[in-house]
Design a protein around this ligand. Sequence first.
Ligand code: GUN
Length: 294
Amino acid sequence: MQLLDGKLTAEKIKARIAAEVKTTMLDAGKNTPHLAAVLVGEDPASQTYVASKEKDCKEVGFISSVYKYEESISQRKLLEVIRFLNEDPEVDGFIVQLPLPKHIDERAIIESIDPAKDVDGFHPVNVGRMVLNMPSYLPATPYGIVTLLEEYGIGTEGKHCVVLGRSNIVGTPVSILLSRKNKTGNATVTLCHSYTPDIKAVAASADILIVAMGKQGFVTADMVKKDAVVVDVGIHRIPSTETKTGYRLIGDVKFDEVAKKCSFITPVPGGIGPMTRVSLLLNTLRAAKKEIQY
Ligand code: GUN
């Protein structure tokens, strides 16, 4: 078994991005890439995610800014903020951290973002372009998954990929990416969800198993074919007496037993998490270079 080291791979990609920012962008007199984030309320997980994005930007030499608002902000005011960011020529791309408070219609907010600045790839225009194999921003986690496979030379062509979980931000888009006609696709994909009969048998037929169910320790060794590639997108905090923080992180896969049977596996932490973060930087770089014509 070999680890698919997302942390190491993300560091390598960040070094490439930093070098590109330094040479081609700054030396050529172009603007430094600028990522903005909109954060509403006090959700601790959202605060952590946004703080990580700021740290990542700093590491590669991007500008980052955060627009923070109280939980009580109205939808109208939030739409105004987005209009401002859409029009600000200094901002290359931005994200609105989710989830939003219940009184705000998340769809309406996402649809108000200029697709050319939607570096999360959540706008229906970007989702549609992804489905049609047109240039678009790819959602960060699916993008991170296909990049990690590619960096390890794990081809997807002709493979049977089984995806567990059909969320809008992971399962559904990664199933599309893997089945598209291009170098990180060309797989036969089965997308499993709560209505799939005998999910265990389907999982056990996978050459590449992508697990994004949000159920800790769901995948056991009997659900994995010998020498399969296993990608664990789950992340859960569980209490631990062995760490200073009092908790540790685990995924949707029972790592110890599955690792003995598969050829490659992502650890949690240090697998898909860092790849997701670096994918947002890659999208921001593309935005700064105005690579995609809308
Ligand atoms: N909340 C959880 N994941 C994400 C993400 O990728 N983007 C945004 N905007 N919010 C999130």
